[in-house]
Design a binder for this molecule. Sequence first.
Ligand code: GTP
Ligand code: MG
Length: 495
Amino acid sequence: MKLDRFIRVAIAVVIALVFVVATGALLFITESALNVWDRLRAGPPAVLFTYIAVMVLLGLAAVWLVWRLVVKKKVASSAKPARALSKSDIKKRLQQAEAKGVNVSDAQSELQDLAARQATGAIHLCFFGEISAGKSSLIKALVPKADVVIDVVGGSTDDIRHFRWRNATGNEILLTDVPGTGGHEDGLDEIATEEAKRSHLVLFVCDSDLTRAELSAIKALLAFAKPVILVLNKSDRYSADEQATLMQKLLQRIEDLGGEIQRDQVVAVSAGGEREVIERQADGSEGTVRRDRAADIGVLVVAINRLLGDDTKSLDEQRERAVFQIAAEKLEVAEGEYRLQRSEQIIRSATRKAVVGAMAAVSPGTDILVQGYIGTTMTQELCKIYGAAPRDLDVEEFLSMGQSRVGRALPLSMAVAGNGLKAFPGLGTVVGGLAHAVAYGLIFDALGRSLVLTLARHGELVPETAAKEFEEGISEHLEAGVRRIAKMALDEKTD
Ligand SMILES: Nc1nc2c(ncn2[C@@H]2O[C@H](COP(=O)(O)OP(=O)(O)OP(=O)(O)O)[C@@H](O)[C@H]2O)c(=O)[nH]1
Ligand SMILES: [Mg+2]
């Protein structure tokens, strides 16, 4: 209670003092201003106007400085542009990335492949769907000579094959057989999905109601503006009533997707395939023989012809845009790899400087550790790699937040460093200064890595988030970097 009263009195005294000082300052400023004003008015008008102009300029400069320092700069967004990419857009992006040193070969070969396909003028139809839906069988039904692999065991197609087919309208058509999705082999789903996106038209093959995975695959294709025909295969397995109910369900699901697939683009067929039948032989014995099942794919051919008959030019433009999008995605992956690689170099160089600095210092002070020149440079360079343009204040804030966590992290870092150095034989226990240097290096390394993680996630420097990441991930980062940084310190020592 007594203390409370004391604080109140102290605050009252401070308020009184502030009032007196503020009043005095106001009086002083007013008097000076009036004085200057009177003198200016008495003098020549040119001096008055020059004076006003200088004051206005100084005011504007101050506002501009405050704006630069305090108000957030717009961060260069890495988000994808909403509009479709044009040829010149994607070419420009490739050139810019290549100039930076990004490996653009994957994206580039996507465009080269497109050019080669465009030169032949062929229309690509891709049979896509889950394993064993009957994609290869459908191709065989359309092109009996096609040497596709058909098997009851799913996963029989494991690469991309094209088969020539001429339809009634005389279009040059290539039917593409791709691996089924949902199999066990890694990477095949991606190969199949990419090829489907490269085609003009996708025949999405299913053999029963659509699963959640199939629905999301169709959605992904529609997001690439792919024309899709939904093919219910193996309809011979269903009675007329069952088939009607199933078709009704499929049509409903397609409608729920937003009506981008017309009702006449959903067809029920039977590719045929083979079936095993038990036959009585001439000698009276029974044996199993394989017989071809008759195919019934007329409605599919009609649906294909209707779509192709429409306007192959706009199909071609749609396909081109889809491939540009694939190329842009590949470029983004390459840019991500490039950023990681460059960040690695920046962190390594900062860590090395921290280790060298700590070894050179007689008694290195932790206070200058993170907030010093090395920390600032590393933060700015990493931000630049991720297209973030942080305010100087944000960089300072992040580093000072990081610094405040260093105190707690240092003992742990020292312990990890000491342990790590034990892995190098011949050092014995005389590793005091060295352990310090490694511990400092580890902290820099952890700081850089947590910053990269948050930059990759948010695309900008959010000091609090990055500092939190540093605090939470520190023990993991320390353990991950210790051998590398201990070796770095030992190399420096022997140099
Ligand atoms: N009953 C019936 N079976 C079919 C039909 N079409 C294909 N099959 C059978 O379904 C199985 C799988 O056929 P595939 O053509 O190899 O299927 P796929 O989609 O190419 O399979 P993956 O390449 O492994 O993804 C085979 O045993 C075919 O005989 C059909 O219309 N009716
Ligand atoms: Mg197949």
